[in-house]
Design a binder for this molecule. Sequence first.
Ligand code: ZN
Length: 80
Amino acid sequence: MNWLACPFCGSRELEEFVFRKTLPEAGASEYAAVYERANRIDGSLEHWQHVHGCRAWLQVRRNPSTGEVRDVDLLGGADP
Ligand SMILES: [Zn+2]
């Protein structure tokens, strides 16, 4: 993964973005979300920020083992 597609700025080099956090699995209990985090090799939902661009917060769904980016949305789901 060397590029991310920002909804505002288009495809940009990964250096312009900062990883913020990995989100828990959908439907996970609050206890599991805090204490039972496991690195998932097949898919991950993460927050990234375009800090050297528009500063938008992004929700990125990707495969960490291959680097394949499956989906990029604005955090909160608003359209640009
Ligand atoms: Zn941007």
